[in-house]
Design a protein around this ligand. Structure first.
Ligand code: URA
Length: 239
């Protein structure tokens, strides 16, 4: 049994808040009957219609886009008992994070139980762009921005070409803000790329992931991906 608004949101039709609005305004039917009560629960096999569209309740996977806050680990279970990204998602399904963001990194993280998509996205040769905003100690030089673009050596291997833009520098505070887009996913890749050039990353946020951004999501908030967004993700990583 699951609450109707949660079911509609988890199936990717819209956000839970929007689903509540649709229910209250009489635009949702369960088994042919209009349902306006928000606490209504549905069971497997119920036919749900929203604004005249029959939802595909056979969809077996769940997909979430989380704006990961600081101070949360990207694992399903932490041996030190720290809060994990899974603790932030209200579902009974065993989902897991796609890739990893460091404890102190914020931003986009996908969580799902769709192993095929997760594996495609995490492949070392995945072509999916990930854009990070890094605040670093020091005023970065144009020469070093060029080096980041062309690739730097981490663990004896050169990183692939990256798109790098200098967003701003603060000479008084001795910091720079750099936007960097990569499609690899080595451990701590962004921090290490700056580190080899002598810069310490003091703040890091993943702002874009393939076709997805953080619009409307404060740190700690999440939403389900729509069916269309999932299809685009598949098409991007199968190119
Ligand atoms: N690169 C890093 O260094 N840390 C992250 O969390 C993600 C990418």
């Amino acid at each position: 049994m699951e609450r109707l608004q949660k079911k509609i949101a988890n199936l990717g039709y819209c956000s839970r808040r929007k689903a509540e609005e649709l229910i209250s305004s009489g635009k949702v039917e369960v088994n042919g009957e209009v349902v306006r009560k928000l606490g209504t629960t549905v069971k497997p096999g119920d036919v749900i219609t929203v604004e005249g569209n029959i939802l595909d309740t056979s969809r077996e996977f769940e997909y979430y886009l989380l704006n990961k806050p600081k101070g949360v680990v990207t694992t399903t279970n932490d041996e030190k008992g720290r809060k994990t990204v899974i603790d932030l998602i209200n579902t009974n399904t065993r989902i897991y994070p796609v890739g990893r963001l460091d404890y102190d990194t914020t931003g986009i993280l996908i969580l799902t139980n769709d192993g095929e998509l997760a594996n495609l996205l995490m492949r070392p040769d995945s072509l999916v762009d990930k854009t990070y905003i890094a605040k670093i100690e020091g005023v970065i030089t144009i020469g070093n921005i060029q080096k980041l673009r062309k690739g730097v050596i981490i663990d004896g291997i050169k990183t692939k070409e990256a798109k790098v833009k200098l967003r701003s520098v603060d000479k008084k505070k001795n910091t720079s803000i750099v936007e960097i887009t990569i499609h690899e996913g080595k451990n701590h890749q962004i921090k290490r790329m700056f580190e080899v050039l002598g810069y310490k990353v003091i703040k890091l946020r993943r702002e874009k992931y393939a076709n997805l951004d953080l619009k409307g999501l404060m740190p700690g908030e999440y939403r389900s991906l729509s069916i269309k967004e999932v299809k685009v993700l598949y098409s991007l990583c199968k190119k």
